[in-house]
Design a protein around this ligand. Sequence first.
Ligand SMILES: Cc1cc2nc3c(=O)[nH]c(=O)nc-3n(C[C@H](O)[C@H](O)[C@H](O)COP(=O)(O)O)c2cc1C
Length: 263
Amino acid sequence: MKGGLAVSFQRRRSVINLLKSRRSIRIFKPVSIPDYIVRLLVEAGSRAPTYYQMYTFIWVKSLEKKEKLAELCRGEIVKNASIVLLACGDLRRISRMLDMLGHKHILSTDKHPVETIMSIFDTALAVENIIIAAESLGLGSVILDCPLLYAPAIAQLFQLPRGVVPLVLVCIGVRGESPPLRPRLALNLILHEDTYKEPSEEELKNFISLLEKHMELENYVRKYTGSDAKYIDYIKAKTEATKEVEKENEALTKYLRENLFRI
Ligand SMILES: Cc1cc2nc3c(=O)[nH]c(=O)nc-3n(C[C@H](O)[C@H](O)[C@H](O)COP(=O)(O)O)c2cc1C
């Protein structure tokens, strides 16, 4: 019994080592990867815990589509990744199946926050499985959020029907860089015992400063965007609530509602 535990613990530790050394890869060697690997990865993705498998992956294979996608999203990453998967939250399939059961179901109503959030959750868990499966084969990956930002254009490009919302791109390929591990919040800030514990101002400031130092040392902004901006200014620009962003968010909220994503 003791021996058996030790063996399984060792095996688990190798998965943990893989998880602990994962980092996003944004520079890929343009190498082709056989189709069966993509199927293997998505199959591994589908084994993630799931609510109702409320996701669909569009495998971006055509060069023409990849180029159009690259115009909207991070060009070089999308162009050089060997595998590009558009991860979509899919409330359409489940809604059609519930229609078949003939009752007044929740997805035909004005608000269904649980299904909406769980669809995003389902998709995220499947994406994470795919990423870890790719790591286990020695491949690198990055998630890109641009599909959601340009949802109507992306939906048109991939002929997504109503109820299928593009969320993220999963770009996978042969690593063309070995970046350092990026900082994470200390465990005591994300793991609280029994009750929520508000982090102190000092703890938050310390993390911001750690992140800033790390990203400057890594030359993160310059490497990935070509800009000379300081990391903090880059983050501020990305999160600034401008009038334009507010308008874009209005349009996105409307798009999401029209596509059954209703909170
Ligand atoms: C939902 C989501 C969206 C992301 N979108 C982008 C993106 O648009 N561009 C990008 O370069 N990285 C993106 N990332 C990757 C994160 O920037 C990255 O995971 C984070 O900086 C931590 O770095 P690490 O993965 O190397 O530890 C995204 C990650 C997640 C989970």
